[in-house]
Design a protein around this ligand. Structure first.
Ligand code: SF4
Length: 380
């Protein structure tokens, strides 16, 4: 496959692995957080940790948009979908995320709620146009990557004068979450992860630009390397991070120059700024309320804001106490640290959000990593 196979070449991967092993100082250790769920998936899928020396460790971060959505927002969506006049449009992953008391959108649908899986915001617009007697609500989630399509859908709905379309907005911002980990690393008395640098998110950076992460490199003296999603991208980025740590540097470097620029996609940024504004704070799973970390629709687009249109009340609900998703999303624990992993909790029977989304750390480890665990145990 042209332009893909080149980034999965095993010989080149082994050469970069040798370079990392040579560069890594044996007298110290290196801990790098990959913020983005796409990188977590690539690291598990291609077994990249097996190519690293033992003193170079990867720490999973909170970059899976389904995983960080708190239980209360799922409960709010379920309540909305149970209104007889509402058709709730959602992406497939969200259907199976557990809400409170064993509920989910999938169970609400089975009980009669009109919940439909869509592949894009435009699918939801098409349903609203085709069924003018239904109140069609798009359940919008995600980081800076998925916000521009939601902005364009609202712009399109306004242009079409659609009066039966609205958005339940749960879009969140990446930089405040990274700041939250660095400023308040601990969780419920558990010490936070040791971090020597970050692999910066790929798709998010294509929108907001690599420069958006300069504040972390500067304020917290943590190097950031924005990386693509292919295995060689990740390996090269780890080498770049090791070299920065060795040199005592802490700047933003851009490994993913084929897609990411310093300033990002200005057109997408302008579309988002025209439709959305910052919330004072927004709740994240595992983080609690994070200041200035979420978006809502501007007053001019209030008619398309489902929270105002349906007077939705904020719900705050606790996670399943047996689930370690919160600690995993902060990099404090690994999937196998959770006693439910692979027993009560599997992709078919998810007890937490990290097992639902393919980008979640638990799902990634279940799909790929657990086989290496077996192999390691067998060798030991
Ligand atoms: S294994 Fe399941 S219950 Fe445990 S942290 Fe992962 S998603 Fe949550």
């Amino acid at each position: 496959m042209k332009y893909v196979d080149e980034y999965r070449d095993g010989n080149v991967a082994r050469q970069i692995a040798a370079a990392i092993a040579q560069a890594a100082d044996p007298s110290r250790s290196y801990h790098f957080m990959e913020f983005c769920g796409g990188h977590t998936h690539a690291i598990s899928r291609y077994g990249l940790e097996d190519l690293l020396p033992p003193n170079v460790r990867m720490v999973h971060g909170p970059g899976c948009p389904v995983c960080v959505l708190p239980v209360g927002r799922i409960d709010m969506a379920i309540q909305l979908a149970q209104r007889p006049e509402v058709t709730l449009c959602t992406y497939g992953d969200l259907m199976r995320v557990p809400g409170s008391h064993g509920t989910s959108l999938l169970r609400a649908k089975a009980a009669g709620a009109d919940i439909r899986m869509v592949y894009s915001t435009l699918d939801a617009i098409a349903i609203a146009e085709a069924e003018p007697n239904r109140e069609v609500v798009f359940f919008a989630i995600g980081f800076e990557t998925t916000t521009p399509p939601t902005a364009l859908a609202i712009k399109l709905a306004a242009a079409k004068r659609l009066t039966n379309f609205s958005v339940f907005c749960n879009h969140v911002l990446t930089p405040p979450a990274i700041r939250g980990i660095l400023e308040h690393p601990d969780l419920d008395g558990q010490p936070g992860p040791r971090l020597d640098g970050f692999i910066g998110p790929a798709h998010v950076s294509a929108v907001i630009g690599a420069d958006a992460f300069a504040e972390f490199a500067r304020d917290f003296a943590k190097p950031v390397v924005v990386a693509g999603f292919e295995p060689l991208d990740v390996m090269q980025s780890i080498l770049m991070l090791v070299q920065q740590v060795n040199d005592g540097r802490h700047v933003v470097e851009n490994q993913y120059i084929r897609a990411v620029t310093p300033g990002g996609n200005r057109i997408a940024q302008a579309e988002v700024a025209a439709i959305f504004e910052l919330r004072d704070s927004f709740e994240w799973r595992g983080f609690g309320r994070v200041p200035a970390s979420g978006l809502r629709l501007r007053e001019a687009y209030a008619a398309f804001d489902a929270e105002r249109r349906f007077a939705m009340a904020e719900i705050s609900a606790a996670d399943n106490p047996a689930c370690d998703c919160g600690a995993i999303l902060r990099g404090i624990k690994r999937p196998t640290d959770c006693k439910l992993f692979g027993t009560l909790c599997t992709p078919e029977t998810p007890m937490g959000s990290c097992m639902v989304s393919s980008e979640g750390a638990c799902a990634a480890h279940w799909t790929y990593g657990r086989f290496r665990d077996h192999a390691r145990r067998a060798v030991a």
